[in-house]
Design a protein around this ligand. Structure first.
Ligand code: IPD
Ligand code: CA
Ligand code: CA
Length: 259
């Protein structure tokens, strides 16, 4: 079993937990804000994914969103979002996934993102291309913002960050883009850029578990992913995220840097 096989297995097994609880009458807890939700599916999907990883690589670090931070001296860290799109999940909206990435010395080496509702497994290994259910995927050919369908996300904070995102949406609309969507699962948003369903995606501040696997997918599919200034992402740190098919990247950065 190589790293990618384990990433795929962990993401799929987290997906079986999603399936078990989706559309069931779950107790919904909240985190710091009343709209930041937590369900039994989040915690169980995480422990399930972690179990897979620990079985094969007991010496590796694990950074899971909900609980499982395992610290070792290893240069390998597994970064896991056990359920990305919890608000959708808790509302019965079938747009959510599990995301598993392996980071080695600051570089994402392998990643898998699984959407159980569509049975779509997106995965990539550094230098070996990106795939959806066994087929190679590529970013789309939109050459300008006018040809672009974009996806965005709202950071949980409803303060200045949200005002900023709303302003950015307005600025993109003035560029006469094809449309803007807010789907509610950042890891899937990145998969959709990788497979050409969208030309670009941006969001104010995502966490490593939201973007690590998706970053590798976008890059291996021929796209580009940076922060709002066009700088490289640090896979251990929160960041503003701009992902694109590469062709529209500089135009997106121009719209986002208006100060
Ligand atoms: C959230 C989703 C959402 C994004 C938020 C994330 P969660 O992750 O990816 O689309 O807008 O910033 O925190 O909480 O559902 O894992
Ligand atoms: Ca997430
Ligand atoms: Ca999550």
């Amino acid at each position: 079993m190589n790293y990618l096989d384990i990433a795929k297995m962990a993401a799929r097994k987290a997906g079986t937990v999603h399936k078990k609880y989706f559309n069931k009458d779950l107790k919904i807890r909240t985190k710091s804000a009343s709209y930041d939700l937590l369900t039994v599916a989040d915690t169980q999907a995480e422990s399930t994914a972690v179990r897979v990883i620990r079985k094969y690589f007991p010496g590796h670090n694990i950074l899971g969103e909900e609980a499982s931070y395992v610290r070792t001296d290893s240069e390998y860290t597994w970064v896991i979002d056990p359920l990305d799109g919890t608000s959708n999940f808790a509302s019965g909206l079938p747009i959510f996934c599990a995301s598993v990435a392996l980071v080695n010395k600051g570089v994402v080496a392998a990643g898998a993102i699984y959407d159980v509702t569509r049975d779509e497994l997106f995965y990539a290994e550094r230098g070996k291309g990106a795939f959806l259910n066994g087929k190679a995927i590529h970013v789309n050919r939109a050459a300008s913002l006018k040809q672009a369908l974009l996806i965005t996300g709202f950071y949980y904070s409803r303060g200045t960050e949200m005002v900023r995102t709303l302003k950015e949406i307005e600025r993109f609309q003035h560029e006469r883009i094809r449309g803007i969507r807010r789907l509610g699962a950042a890891a899937l948003d990145l998969c959709y850029v990788a497979c050409g369903r969208a030309a670009g995606f941006w969001e104010f501040e995502l966490s490593p578990w939201d973007f690590c696997a998706g970053k590798l997918l976008v890059e291996e599919a021929g796209g580009r992913i940076t922060d709002q200034f066009g700088s490289r992402l640090n896979p251990y740190k929160k960041s503003f995220i701009v992902a694109s098919n590469k062709k529209i990247h500089s135009s997106m950065l121009k719209v986002l840097n208006y100060r």
